[in-house]
Design a protein around this ligand. Structure first.
Ligand SMILES: NC(=O)C1=CN([C@@H]2O[C@H](COP(=O)(O)OP(=O)(O)OC[C@H]3O[C@@H](n4cnc5c(N)ncnc54)[C@H](OP(=O)(O)O)[C@@H]3O)[C@@H](O)[C@H]2O)C=CC1
Ligand SMILES: O=C(CO)COP(=O)(O)O
Ligand SMILES: [Zn+2]
Length: 348
């Protein structure tokens, strides 16, 4: 008997372009949601676009969060219940979007994603990534019902946020390699479609490198398209595997050891140089990854991340412990091997 089945959840409306923030209410009206919204945001995005969103909805409430944590998720759930809201609008970078995504899952209501930075590929994905103690949960949640990515707003964000988004996409190269490896060695379920989409997204972004420059709205357009595509790959896979391998474990570990030092995308980019070295050796493709990152203005060294060499080595040797996800790191990289990899690749 044929017994395979799959359920792919994707957003219904994806709006991308100049000034589309002012179409948010129209995009929401098309979703036939009921009740008032709760705006879930963080301090900077609130300042930049909070009023423009509130102006479009009667009866909207707001909550501004300082960090992504289970506590923040609980706070949003509590406020949403208290105000009896019908759905959530997430406005900001990866943190408020992840929190709203998880809270909407707990509340069994929809949410709409309004990124203010093209800094990460969680804009569209059906995964929520929240740190807790010594670990990091990548939790299955529903993807947003709609995504409203205003390229005018995204282009005005600090350029480093956009280069972080580029690096999050470039890291798909090693994430897919890790996924294939886990499939071959551990029989982890692998989706050819999701793997190919994720890899193609990285290739297309690197192919457009010459058009990705500060001050050009076109750059925000190209990067956001890639972030959407990468998020769709995660939705097809039903896991963050197509976009998160050992380079993400390294970054999550840096978040624990040296919180707030660098942006997520920048950390995974440097992680990708290191893990590509483990995949393909000294003369391997790590140089291509480094060069692509450097062309887009993303960091390629510990120094550029603002993280000291010892911390990088500690994160690399302990990254395999953060989550039960098989990668090229296997059951751990020795300190000598980590120092050699980081030295040969010029990361330290
Ligand atoms: N679920 C998923 O599939 C994925 C989740 N992620 C998660 O997303 C997070 C990383 O996202 P990231 O966006 O880097 O993190 P943040 O949400 O912390 O945003 C980074 C910084 O940019 C600021 N910011 C946001 N928008 C603007 C703007 N327009 N102008 C100026 N500053 C701005 C934020 O301000 P403020 O501090 O006020 O918010 C914050 O200081 C990580 O936690 C990562 O794990 C990443 C990829 C995929
Ligand atoms: O950052 C992500 C993809 O770019 C999400 O990955 P995680 O599941 O490792 O949090
Ligand atoms: Zn990422």
């Amino acid at each position: 008997m044929f017994d395979k089945s799959t359920w792919i959840k994707l957003p219904r409306n994806v709006l991308q372009g100049h000034g589309v923030l002012d179409d948010l209410a129209d995009a929401v009206a098309e979703l036939y949601l009921s009740g008032n919204p709760l705006l879930v945001t963080s301090p900077t995005p609130e300042r930049i676009a909070g009023d423009r969103i509130r102006a479009q909805f009667d009866g909207i409430s707001s909550v501004s969060l300082d960090r992504a944590s289970f506590e923040s998720v609980e706070r949003v759930v509590e406020i949403a219940r208290e105000k009896d809201v019908g759905y959530l609008i997430a406005l900001g970078g990866g943190k408020p979007i992840d929190v709203a995504k998880m809270a909407s899952d707990h509340l069994d209501c929809g949410f709409v994603s309004v990124p203010t930075a093209a800094s990460h590929d969680g804009i569209v994905s059906g995964r929520s990534s929240i740190p807790e103690g010594d670990t990091r949960h990548s939790v299955a949640a529903d993807p947003p019902l709609a995504v409203v990515a205003d390229t005018e707003l995204l282009a005005e964000a600090p350029w480093e946020l956009t280069t972080a988004g580029c690096a999050d996409i470039i890291s798909n190269y090693t994430a897919v390699k890790d996924w294939e490896l886990a499939h071959r060695l551990k029989n982890v379920e692998y989706s050819e479609y999701a793997g190919a989409l994720s890899q193609m997204t990285a290739e297309m972004l690197v192919g457009s490198a010459d058009s990705i420059k500060p001050g050009l709205e076109e750059s925000a357009w190209i990067v956001t398209k890639a972030l959407v595509s990468s998020g769709v790959a995660m939705s097809i896979a039903g896991s963050s595997r197509p976009a998160s391998g050992a380079e993400h474990l390294f970054s999550h570990q840096l978040d624990r050891i040296a919180p707030g030092s660098a942006l997520h995308g920048h950390q995974v980019g440097v992680g990708s140089i290191l893990t590509e070295y483990f995949h393909s050796g000294a003369r391997g493709e790590w140089m291509d990854i480094r060069d692509a990152l450097s062309t887009m203005g993303a960091p390629t060294t510990a120094d550029e991340l603002g993280i000291d060499d010892e911390t990088v080595i500690e994160a690399l040797t302990t990254a395999h412990e953060i989550r039960d996800r098989y990668t090229i790191l296997g059951d751990g990289v020795s300190e000598d091997a980590a120092i050699e990899a980081a030295t040969i690749t010029g990361v330290i």
